[in-house]
Design a protein around this ligand. Structure first.
Ligand code: TRP
Length: 334
């Protein structure tokens, strides 16, 4: 039997829809990788419970929409396995076993833990928040992947997953091979700025919490309206005033999407063009870029996504169940 190299990645369904930042920072890379590897592409709904336990119905709704965004972005369900974490119970079983061999100190040292602890608030902090990376280790190691494509921010989680795998192997026998980090080569694209600026006039990343996003599922008109209201050089009141493209959200986005961005920047700087021209040219290129994604998304019905996710869960379970057989055998739980 041929054994293609597997890779696995996932996103939390904490938002209703995926935005341009999610697409450029991760999805676009997955779409390319699925041509080379067997991609397992997961919506990690149990992970979303670490911050949204008060609204599981919302998590369930988000999960389906995000799966639709995966497909719309070009994940091909005939090549890749698209599934929802909670549909494959093996993730929970392996998480439980890993939770027994992971020292607390390892988890307390994870940088994202401290940040999330503050957002959630001490009184409301659940046991599951500390265990977040243990569940992620289970997600990954169940599929014995060759690599995991993620942003740099996930490096500590991946290192911890490796440590947990090594510890399991040392205690019970070799089950989990090492895996690589697959970091997108194009770091510039991975940092998509939002449409606004902070109180000090500095650009910040695209994020739902700042309400500065363009969603893959926005219509062309919604996209145009958002871009028309975007942050540009505040001192450029007239077309002839000099622009500062480095500090202008629209210019930064043009750099990512427009083949002519260098000319556009120079004309902006010299006061040969105004912000409105930048905006209308950006609307044009971005809507063109998103058109195939939107067309694919509009064609996916609820029944279609249910079928894709059912098939995905079956495929994922098939592999995960084999790994769990090996895990139980190694631990004499047979
Ligand atoms: N922690 C990841 C994030 O916030 C999501 C995630 C959960 C994940 N399990 C995973 C990513 C397994 C890659 C592989 O982005």
């Amino acid at each position: 039997m041929s054994d293609p190299k597997r890779i696995l990645s996932g996103m939390q369904p904490t938002n209703e829809r995926l935005h341009l930042g999610n697409y450029e920072g991760a999805l676009r890379n997955w779409v390319e990788l699925q041509e080379i590897y067997k991609l397992y592409c997961c919506v990690v709904d149990w992970h979303a419970l670490t911050t949204m336990a008060d609204d599981p119905a919302q998590i369930a709704r988000n999960s389906k929409e995000i799966a639709k965004d995966y497909i719309a972005a070009g994940i091909d369900p005939a090549k890749s396995t698209v599934f929802i974490q909670s549909h494959v119970k093996e993730h929970a079983e392996l998480h439980l076993i890993f939770s027994m061999i992971t020292p607390l100190g390892w988890l307390e040292r994870v940088p994202t833990y401290k940040e999330k602890q503050q957002t959630v608030g001490t009184e409301r902090e659940a046991y599951g928040l500390l265990g977040y990376p243990v569940l992620q280790a289970a997600d990954i190691l169940l599929y014995k992947p060759y690599g995991v494509p993620v942003g740099r921010d996930q490096a500590p989680h991946l290192e911890l997953s490796r440590e947990i795998g090594r510890r399991f192997n040392r205690l019970y026998g070799e089950v989990f091979p090492e895996f690589a980090n697959i970091i997108p080569e194009d770091e510039l694209r991975a940092k998509v700025p939002g449409l606004d600026a902070d109180d000090d006039g500095r650009l910040r990343k695209m994020s739902k919490s700042y309400d500065n996003c363009i969603y893959l599922s926005d219509t062309a008109d919604e996209t145009a309206a958002k871009i028309k209201g975007a942050f540009t050089t505040p001192t450029k009141m007239r077309k002839t005033d000099p622009g500062v493209p480095e500090g202008c959200a629209v210019c930064q986005l043009l750099r990512l999407y427009s083949p002519n961005w260098q000319i556009q920047w120079e004309e902006d700087r010299q006061g040969i063009r105004g912000c409105m021209q930048n905006k209308s040219e950006f609307i044009e290129v971005l809507n063109e870029h998103l058109r195939p994604i939107r067309e694919r998304r509009a064609a996916i019905g609820d029944a279609d996504i249910d079928a894709i996710l059912r098939k995905g869960a079956q495929e994922a379970r098939e592999f995960a169940a084999q790994t769990m057989d090996e895990v139980r055998l190694a631990m004499h739980f047979v």
